[in-house]
Design a protein around this ligand. Structure first.
Ligand SMILES: C[S@@+](CC[C@H](N)C(=O)[O-])C[C@H]1O[C@@H](n2cnc3c(N)ncnc32)[C@H](O)[C@@H]1O
Length: 307
């Protein structure tokens, strides 16, 4: 079964529903997406950060509501730790912090990106992007000091920014960063950014989660990504629609937290797919499942008889 290669728009041209919103600064510009919201676009990657529904709506549907972040954080006596993989223009994190303001919680955000440029660009376009309003101070301090603490409603927030190549950082031991309860996984598409989607990266994430009940959500619904998550040791479910996508993906160390789990019918389609084998190298390749991966999927507790 052919699988669409890219998950985000990977063409250098804009989709018909996007309009160029202004000059390009440092490789980024604003585009107005179908909903009327503005989103950041990377010209080097040829991808819009939050296409179709825009930054706030996508972040709320995909991460905040799907992973029930405020509800889960409110029940935790210690810090609730969120890893934000692909800080970009910080739309996802800010949606999370806004939602957390409605509950009594202690939120720890660990953001990762190999550049702070998209966030600097977003600050210069804060008026049109909208979602940065009220966060100008924390964002300025984050960019300057890489570490900021502040109060938002009932939520005490500590937010750190690790400016590094994420796969390298993860494989080198992950430093003093606490393990996550939730992971917002928002890299560019596998076709454009394969180094962020290898089996090694997701095994590294699964290893950091360990035995704790944690969730990971991402916009992709591709077979390749879902197989990769399963082979990394996650349970994997059909993620909520976001407006841009009719399905996304949610994964967890705990099968009860991964929503509607992928079933035998999905597995049968994956077995026939021409693009399902995880990336073992940071090079995008579409391949059917290898014999080793087929065996691994059949033995996965999500599918193994009695599992
Ligand atoms: C789709 S954008 C993220 C959008 C962001 N989550 C937001 O809410 O605005 C993907 C981000 O991944 C970052 N990225 C790409 N490759 C990376 C790598 N190897 N290590 C760390 N970050 C990377 C890019 O710089 C970019 O900011």
């Amino acid at each position: 079964m052919p699988d669409a290669a890219p998950d985000r728009m990977s063409s250098l041209s804009l989709s018909p529903s996007e309009a160029v919103g202004g000059p390009v600064h440092g490789g980024y510009s604003l585009v107005q997406v179908a909903s009327g919201a503005w989103s950041v676009r990377s010209h080097a990657e040829g991808e819009t950060f939050h296409p179709v529904v825009g930054p706030a709506a996508e972040a709320e549907a995909l991460y905040v509501r799907q992973m029930r972040l405020p509800e889960r954080a409110a029940g935790v006596p210690d810090e609730f730790v969120v890893w934000d993989v692909g800080l970009g223009a910080a739309a996802n994190v800010i949606a999370v912090i806004r939602a957390m303001g409605d509950v009594e919680a202690r939120l720890r955000v660990e953001s990762f990106d190999h550049t702070g440029e998209p966030l600097r660009f977003a600050r210069s376009e804060a008026a049109r992007l909208g979602y940065l309003e009220g966060f100008e101070g924390p964002v300025a301090e984050l960019l300057e000091r890489r570490d900021v603490s502040f109060q938002r409603g009932g939520c005490r927030v500590r937010w750190r920014f690790h400016e590094a190549d994420f796969p390298t950082w993860l494989s080198s031991g992950a430093g003093d960063v606490p393990a996550p309860e939730a992971i917002l996984f928002d890299a560019f598409s596998p076709a454009r950014n394969p180094a962020m989607w290898t089996l090694g990266v997701f095994r590294g994430l699964r290893g950091r989660v360990g035995a704790r009940p944690a969730t990971l959500a991402t916009y992709s619904r591709s077979t390749l990504l879902r197989v990769t998550l399963l082979m990394a040791g996650f349970h994997v479910g059909v993620g909520h629609a976001t407006g841009e996508k009719e399905e996304t993906t949610v994964a967890s160390s705990d099968p009860a937290m991964a929503g509607r789990l992928l079933d035998e019918a999905w597995l049968a389609r994956a077995m026939r797919s021409t693009s399902a084998e995880p990336l073992d190298q940071p090079v995008y390749r579409q391949r059917p499942l290898s014999d080793a991966t087929r065996g691994g999927l059949e033995r996965h507790p999500q599918f193994a008889r009695g599992g």
